[in-house]
Design a protein around this ligand. Structure first.
Ligand SMILES: [Zn+2]
Length: 311
C-alpha cells in the first residue's frame, strides 16, 4: 500500500516529499478541492484512511502550486526565504543578548547586597567589642574604688604599696581599653564610608536594572511583532518550494555558522565557502533552469539577478 501511495504522490507532487503520510494527506486534500488529477487522487484518498480525512485544502493547494512552479521562481523564493530567515536570525540574536545583560546586572546587585550585609555584620561585631571594652573600664573603675577604700584601712606601707600597684595596673587596663575603643571607632567610620558607597552603587545598579528591564520588555514586544510578521512572510515563501528542497535548505542553514543556505556568486566563487565555481556551472546558475548547489558546502547558489525576479 505504501508503495502505491508513493507512486501516486510522485506523479501529483512531482519532486515533492518522500514521506507517504504527508503526500497521502496532500493528495486527499487535493481531491477535496476538485483539482486534477482526480482519478489518481481518489485512489490515494481511499488508501489514506481516517488520518488523511484531517488534511486541509490549503496544504493541497500549496503542493499543487509547487508542482507547477518554474525553477526560476523557486530560486527566487529560496532567495527571499533566505533574506527573511536571516532577518529573523538577527532579531533573535539581538534579543538573545539582552536577557544576558539583565542577568549580569542582577548578579552584580546580589553581590553588592551581600557586601553591604557583610559590612553591617562586621560593624555589629565591632560595636559589641566596644561595649565589652566599656564594661572592662567600668569594672576597673569599681576595682580601683575598692582598692582606694582598702588603702585607707591599710595596716602598713607594704599593704598600701601593693594596693597602689593594683590600682596602677587597673589604670593601665583602662587606658588600653580606651585606646582600643578609639581604634574601633576609627575603623567603624571608614567602614561606614565603604558601606555608604556600596549602598550608593547598589541603588544605581537597581535603577540601571529597572531601565534595562523596561528596555528589554519593549524590545521583546517590538521584535516579537516584527518576527511574527517575518515568520508569516517566510511561510509564504515556503509555499513555492517543495518539501525536499525545503528540508535541504533547513539542514544547510542549521549546519552553517551564519545560517546561510542560499548564497550568491561572488567574484566567481561561492558566497558561502568562497570556493571557486567553474565557468560552465556559473553559466548554468545564471540560466535559472536548475537548482544548483555548491559542490563544496552544499549551499544553494544563485546569481545576483535573481533578486529582480517576480514571484
Ligand atoms: Zn560553497
Amino acid at each position: 500500500m505504501a508503495t502505491a501511495k508513493k507512486t501516486v504522490s510522485k506523479k501529483v507532487v512531482a519532486k515533492s516529499a518522500k514521506s507517504g503520510k504527508v503526500t497521502a494527506k496532500s493528495v486527499k486534500g487535493g481531491s477535496a478541492s476538485g483539482r486534477k488529477p482526480a482519478a489518481k487522487k481518489a485512489t490515494a484518498s481511499a488508501n489514506g484512511g481516517k488520518k488523511s480525512a484531517k488534511s486541509t485544502s490549503s496544504k493541497a493547494r500549496k503542493v499543487l502550486v509547487r508542482s507547477n512552479i518554474p525553477v526560476e521562481k523557486k530560486l527566487k523564493a529560496l532567495f527571499d526565504l533566505q533574506e527573511i530567515d536571516s532577518k529573523i536570525d538577527s532579531i533573535r540574536t539581538v534579543r538573545g543578548e539582552l536577557p544576558l545583560e539583565v542577568s549580569d546586572l542582577e548578579d552584580e546587585i546580589e553581590g553588592l547586597a551581600t557586601r553591604v550585609t557583610n559590612f553591617k555584620d562586621e560593624m555589629d561585631g565591632v560595636e559589641e567589642k566596644i561595649t565589652n571594652k566599656k564594661l572592662e573600664i567600668k569594672e576597673s573603675k569599681s576595682i580601683i574604688k575598692k582598692y582606694e577604700k582598702q588603702q585607707g584601712n591599710a595596716r602598713n606601707n607594704r599593704e598600701f604599696g601593693s594596693l597602689a600597684k593594683e590600682i596602677e595596673f587597673q589604670n593601665l587596663n583602662m587606658q588600653v581599653a580606651e585606646k582600643k575603643i578609639g581604634e574601633f571607632k576609627v575603623g567603624m567610620e571608614s567602614k561606614s564610608e565603604v558601606i555608604d558607597s556600596a549602598k550608593k552603587d547598589l541603588k544605581e545598579r537597581k535603577s540601571d536594572l529597572k531601565h534595562k528591564k523596561k528596555e528589554l520588555d519593549e524590545i521583546v514586544a517590538e521584535t516579537e511583532k516584527e518576527e511574527k510578521k517575518l515568520s508569516r512572510k517566510s511561510t509564504d515563501a515556503e509555499k513555492y518550494i517543495e518539501d525536499r528542497l525545503l528540508i535541504a535548505y533547513k539542514r544547510v542553514r542549521l549546519n552553517a555558522k551564519n545560517g546561510l543556505a542560499v548564497v550568491s556568486i561572488e567574484r566567481n566563487s561561492c558566497g558561502g565557502c568562497f570556493n571557486r565555481i567553474p565557468p560552465q556551472r556559473q553559466l548554468d546558475i545564471r540560466l535559472h533552469k536548475k537548482i544548483i548547489v555548491c559542490e563544496h558546502c552544499g549551499r544553494i547558489l544563485v546569481d545576483p539577478e535573481i533578486a529582480s525576479v517576480q514571484l
